[in-house]
Design a protein around this ligand. Structure first.
Ligand SMILES: CC(C)(COP(=O)(O)OP(=O)(O)OC[C@H]1O[C@@H](n2cnc3c(N)ncnc32)[C@H](O)[C@@H]1OP(=O)(O)O)[C@@H](O)C(=O)NCCC(=O)NCCS
Length: 175
């Protein structure tokens, strides 16, 4: 994963040392409200191990650690996840999760916009989805600000409600 720099953020590959700052994300019930549950230290290590291993067939898969440049703190993650079967189709999802103290400053939108640009420009992704719980209004708003459009609902394994699928396609190139 090649790092990305935005005006307020540095997005770099995750490392095992990120387990500690990411505990503020994975152990906060409010941050994890729309997920399949909180993660303890072992769960975070397992999550990080899988994300750091990535996907050899799809080098864009695996989120970046999101670092706030003004503090050098890791404040969450943002990047691409692979879903082999969303109603019969493989999909690339953009996912984002930030510590609560950093919400409401446009940082998730800034991170996700930069990740999408990287996915379209470097990895030639044609289509990226976001899977969002219908009541997760902050995430829906982020998706809208990114230019994503609601397409359909999908019932994911282990969930008790259908997620909304928001979609964005690679912008047309002039040449
Ligand atoms: C979703 C999340 C990443 C957003 O991070 P953020 O940095 O606060 O997002 P932004 O500031 O870029 O944008 C949030 C938008 O949602 C809006 N919003 C937030 N809470 C809202 C609410 N309860 N009702 C309506 N709008 C709301 C904000 O006003 C903002 O829109 P605006 O710029 O038009 O004012 C963060 O809330 C989070 O980590 N949530 C938990 C994890 C999660 O749900 N991840 C996504 C899984 S699909």
């Amino acid at each position: 994963m090649i790092p990305i720099e935005t005006s307020r953020l540095l997005m770099r590959p995750l490392s095992v040392a990120d387990a500690e700052p990411l505990a503020a994300v994975f152990s906060d019930p409010e941050v994890m409200r729309w997920s399949d549950g909180l993660l303890d230290a072992a769960g975070i290590r397992d999550w990080l191990g899988k994300r750091i291993a990535g996907d050899p067939l799809r080098p864009w898969i695996g989120p970046w650690a999101v670092v706030q440049k003004s503090t050098s703190n890791v404040i969450g993650y943002c990047g691409f996840f692979y879903f082999p079967d969303i109603i019969g189709l493989p999909e690339t999802e953009i996912g984002f999760r930030l510590v609560r103290a950093c919400w409401g400053q446009g940082l998730a939108t800034e991170a996700a916009r930069a990740a999408l640009a990287r996915g379209f420009d470097l990895y030639n992704l044609e289509r990226v989805i976001a899977l969002i719980a219908p009541e997760n209004v902050a995430s829906i708003r982020v998706a809208e600000k990114l230019g994503m459009r609601y397409e359909h609902d999908v019932m994911l394994e282990g969930y008790t409600y259908p997620d909304r699928v928001y979609v964005i396609h690679r912008p047309n190139r002039l040449c």
